[in-house]
Design a protein around this ligand. Structure first.
Ligand code: SF4
Length: 313
């Protein structure tokens, strides 16, 4: 465990620019027109300004499927719990419409957990992937999914829908699954989902937060376990407390430490790509440029890493 409990003042490396500009307004109005949610807004992502303002390319947004209320209550997450609405059957087509209107060539889809539904929303998620791909197969789709309580038939429903990247977040090390995540989540359960995704043609990806009290040897063990089940891409970002009702920040991890974990993951454990930095989130500067380089430009891994880094800086 590095550093000490320091949650009063954020260090200078955690400052972000507020959202602004024409592109930001365009994306916001298109989303409202199609009655769509994003994890950017619902989880109060600090990078919204950068992403929606297109400061790093055509602009990107992470669509959050199945409503803005989750059946679970993870202690790090700002999404509201309980009171879920019935699924909107038009959502898959609405998302595909918005993607075309905004002109996205890389789309990240995520969702709340819907333990309340018979298939936990697996078919709805898969339908959204298919809607986008049926309209334009050149659009790269990253599906960041729930764990479907480890039901591998439901996991397969999404895995077979044609996404280019299949992601599920393990979030933290085994010892801290509770209290960081909802009790229905679990380390072995998440590894089983990722192993299934790694068996598909898509890239398998996961993310961890740092700064919730993890020890270095636990992070290394987690990386080894992820590599063992075949995960290709891993990201590390700093946990930030959404409100005083949420888990406290245990420490603000220095950017040098993030760089160390990147090197361990890529050079030590042969992950294809590791995006690691205080402001890295599951879908911000988090490998999309790497995937574009390998999937679209057929670049080799070393070249793709270089290109991705150059575009992310
Ligand atoms: S499962 Fe947890 S992390 Fe995901 S949206 Fe629900 S509360 Fe947030």
């Amino acid at each position: 465990m590095s550093g000490s409990r320091d949650r009063r003042r954020k260090p200078e490396w955690l400052k972000m620019r507020p959202p602004s500009g024409e592109r930001f307004t365009e994306i916001k109005s298109t989303l409202r027109e199609h009655d769509l949610h994003t994890v950017c807004e619902e989880a109060s992502c600090p990078n919204l300004g950068d992403c929606w303002s297109g400061r790093n390319g055509p602009g990107t947004a992470t669509f959050m499927l199945m409503g803005d209320r989750c059946s679970r209550g993870c202690n790090f997450c700002d999404v509201q719990t309980g009171g879920m609405e019935p699924l909107d059957p038009d959502e898959p087509a609405n998302v595909a419409d918005a993607v075309a209107e905004i002109g996205l060539d890389y789309v990240v889809l995520t969702s709340v957990d819907r333990d309340d539904l018979p298939d936990q929303g697996a078919e709805h998620f898969a339908e959204t992937i298919r809607e986008i791909k049926d309209r334009d197969d050149s659009i790269l789709v990253e599906a960041l999914t729930p764990d479907f309580r480890g039901d591998l038939d439901l996991v397969d429903t999404v895995a077979e829908a044609g996404a280019d990247v299949l992601a599920h977040n393990v979030e933290t090390v085994d010892r801290l699954q509770w209290p960081v995540r909802d009790r229905r989540a679990g380390y072995e359960q998440s590894l089983a989902v990722l192993e299934r995704y790694a068996e598909s043609d898509a890239y398998a990806k996961t993310s961890l937060m740092l700064g919730v009290g993890e020890y270095d040897h636990e992070v290394y063990q987690t990386l080894s376990d992820l590599r063992e089940v075949g995960v290709d891409i891993v990201t590390f970002g700093q946990y930030l407390q959404p409100s005083t009702r949420h888990l406290e920040v245990f420490d603000y991890v220095h950017p040098d430490k993030f760089e160390t974990w990147r090197a361990v993951a890529e050079e030590g454990l042969d992950f294809l790509y590791c995006a690691s930095g205080p402001m890295v989130r599951s879908s911000f500067k988090a490998g999309e440029f790497f995937v574009e380089a390998v999937a679209r430009d057929d670049a080799d891994v070393a070249t793709a890493r270089e290109q991705a880094r150059a575009r992310s800086d």
